[in-house]
Write a protein that binds this ligand. Structure first.
Ligand code: SF4
Ligand code: SF4
Length: 58
């Protein structure tokens, strides 16, 4: 499982990179990039996202 970003919903508020406890999220050129190897599926990014653009997928 890993966190995934829905680019159609994401407004690039930069909230999720700040709350990720393991530094698995980067905003690169306006796109949310998730490091699947680092992600621990903690759900913090899902909770913080104001537009429901983050989810945990198998
Ligand atoms: S689920 Fe947790 S570890 Fe994975 S990207 Fe989101 S905040 Fe980071
Ligand atoms: S918190 Fe949500 S809207 Fe903000 S950058 Fe992350 S995925 Fe995009």
């Amino acid at each position: 499982m890993t966190a995934v970003n829905d680019r159609n919903k994401c407004c690039y508020c930069a909230g999720c990179p700040i709350v990720c406890p393991v530094g698995a999220i980067e905003l690169i050129d306006g796109i949310v990039v998730i490091d699947k190897e680092k992600c621990t599926n903690c759900g913090a990014c899902v909770k913080v996202c104001p537009v429901g653009a983050m989810s945990i997928k198998r």
